[in-house]
Design a binder for this molecule. Sequence first.
Ligand code: F6P
Length: 360
Amino acid sequence: MAKLLGILTGGGDSPGLNAVIRAATKTANKHGYEMIGFLDGYSGVVENRYIKLDSPNISGLLHRGGTILGTNNRSNPFNYAVEVDGKTEFRDLSDQAVENLKKLGIEVLLIVGGDGTLAGGCEFKKKGVKLIAIPKTIDNDLKATDQTFGFDTAVRTATEALDKLHTTAESHHRVMVLELMGRYAGWISLYSGLAGGADVILIPEIPWKLDSIIKKIESRRAEGKPFSIVVVSEGVRSPEGKLVVKRQVEGSVEKNRLGGIGQLVGQLIEEKSGIETRVTVLGHIQRGGSPSSYDRILATQFGTTAAELAVKGIHGVMVCLKGNRITHVPIEEAVGEPRTIPLDHQLLHTARSIGISFGE
Ligand code: F6P
């Protein structure tokens, strides 16, 4: 019987997922392993839904966004939604998932995901499942890796959006607010705000005051620049210190879906300054499209390394980027608290040096 590896993509989609699938499958095949891909994240393992990945179906994947396997940021095998008499109940179906993996003869399961997927991975590891995690998220908020794939593309997309917003800001002498994703970490906002020439960047790591934002906008006016660009990370709290939550998703490891703080900040700026203000929420555009070259390369490195480790019999780890090198750490090191921006991060200093306000 052929030696077999499995792969699944979990959590929100992120540019580069298909590049990982392609690289891991090619590497596995090179070492005499076959690869099967579970559909829709952990759901595919619980429900035994999968496809065989081979040369024809991994062809043309490198530049494609999304994931050919489908994904899911709701399904948690340890708290799995099932329909009982027309009602949704949540059950622990993790043993069923383990049984399915055993029956198929999967030696090692590659899980490509963010903190929710990896937290599930830690629980499966305790049940004796051999797995290797591959870190993915546009938010770049996973511990134990310097960067996740998808982040670079999201920053590129957000930067392009800022370039476009500049046109209207400048022409209409307006304040343009852009709300960006990133959950409880401000990485996308900091990077794209710097690259896109934002005047104010609000991130969850730094508490803000309306007066400071107004001061910055007015000082620009006084210098003959009657427009301003304000980036607001979705995890920024309201002036009362509350998270602004758009919806809650039952069954998801992280229930809260953030959204709406940009609107609030825009409204407050307009009320206080009297300057016409418009708000744009970039939303899922940040997760879409073709991965940047950087993300294609990082995803390919992660995919090949994960498959090579599996072939060598190493498991229970997450592949990661440290400096310029791809290495691995115990999977547990990556889960728990998100990796937020340290307050002494050099880019905060760079931004302040060129006059960007964090609303402090
Ligand atoms: O983690 C990726 C991410 O896009 C976050 O930046 C965002 O808060 C969340 O997922 C949105 O999730 P959903 O696709 O369920 O709305």
